[in-house]
Design a protein around this ligand. Structure first.
Ligand SMILES: [Zn+2]
Length: 248
């Protein structure tokens, strides 16, 4: 029996399976992850300059000179077979909810609907003065001018709705993720190295409530020895096969 048959069996028996995804699920869409040697984003760009709240506050216009490229490359990426497979598993009822650390909107674009984006997303721009939120299109329109940056109508430069280093997680999204983790009898980890807190605490919450952990991340994780099933093959290969098994 292939490990995928075991995972399919677990998911068929589960009454509340939850997926937890990280950067590894989007690398096949051409979005670099953060920490892989050589290709990881933070091996090329200093995160404290590119994605910290301090850098934004210090010089928001300079900040956008980097982030406009990041937003452009995220917008041109397409969901891959792994994103579509998870959406299909939600539609077939085998997955109840999805927690993601990714800010790229690819799960939504693939059709997943019950999502907690615990690191925020590029879906909106937010004003740190008055709290107004603007749609993605507002940022894109402003950035169409090579010198342009997106502004709030109160006059302040907008921040992407992404959680940066030094910022607190969005409490409502994180509370949702915790409640799903408590309720989950299976947590399917896909493409997260479970290294970033507090998201890295979610598998513990599931296991303490008696749930099982399935880890489908290429790199090692601190939870590998406690996982019921471990598979390190490429997600865009195994998740579609898993979705097909569940459909059969
Ligand atoms: Zn404002």
């Amino acid at each position: 029996m292939d490990t995928l048959d075991h995972i399919a069996e677990l998911l068929r028996k589960a009454s509340y399976a939850v997926a937890l995804t990280g950067a590894g699920i989007s690398t096949a869409s051409g979005i670099p992850d953060f920490r892989s040697p050589d290709t990881g984003l933070w091996t090329k760009v200093d995160p404290m300059k590119a994605a910290s709240i301090d850098a934004f506050l210090e010089d928001p216009i300079q900040f956008w000179s980097f982030y406009r490229h990041r937003l452009g490359s995220l917008d041109s990426a397409e969901p891959n077979a792994a994103h579509y497979a998870l959406a299909k598993m939600e539609q077939s009822g085998h997955l109840k909810a999805l927690v993601t650390q990714n800010i790229d909107r690819l799960h939504r674009r693939a059709g997943s609907t019950t999502i907690a984006e615990v690191h925020g997303s590029i879906e909106t721009g937010v004003c740190l003065s008055c709290g107004r939120r603007y749609p993605h299109s507002h940022m894109v329109e402003a950035l169409a001018d090579p010198e342009g940056v997106p502004y709030c109508e109160c006059g302040r430069v907008l921040k992407p709705g992404v959680i940066f280093f030094g910022e607190a997680l969005p409490q409502d999204e994180y509370a949702l993720a915790v409640s799903w983790a408590q309720r989950a009898d299976v947590m399917l980890v896909a493409g997260s190295s479970l290294a970033v807190w507090p998201v890295a605490g979610l598998p513990d919450i599931t296991m303490r409530s008696g749930g099982k952990l399935v880890i489908l991340t290429a790199s090692e994780t601190p939870f590998d020895s406690r996982a019921a099933i471990r598979d390190q093959r490429p997600l865009e290969e195994i998740l579609p096969r898993l979705a097909a098994l569940l459909d059969a």
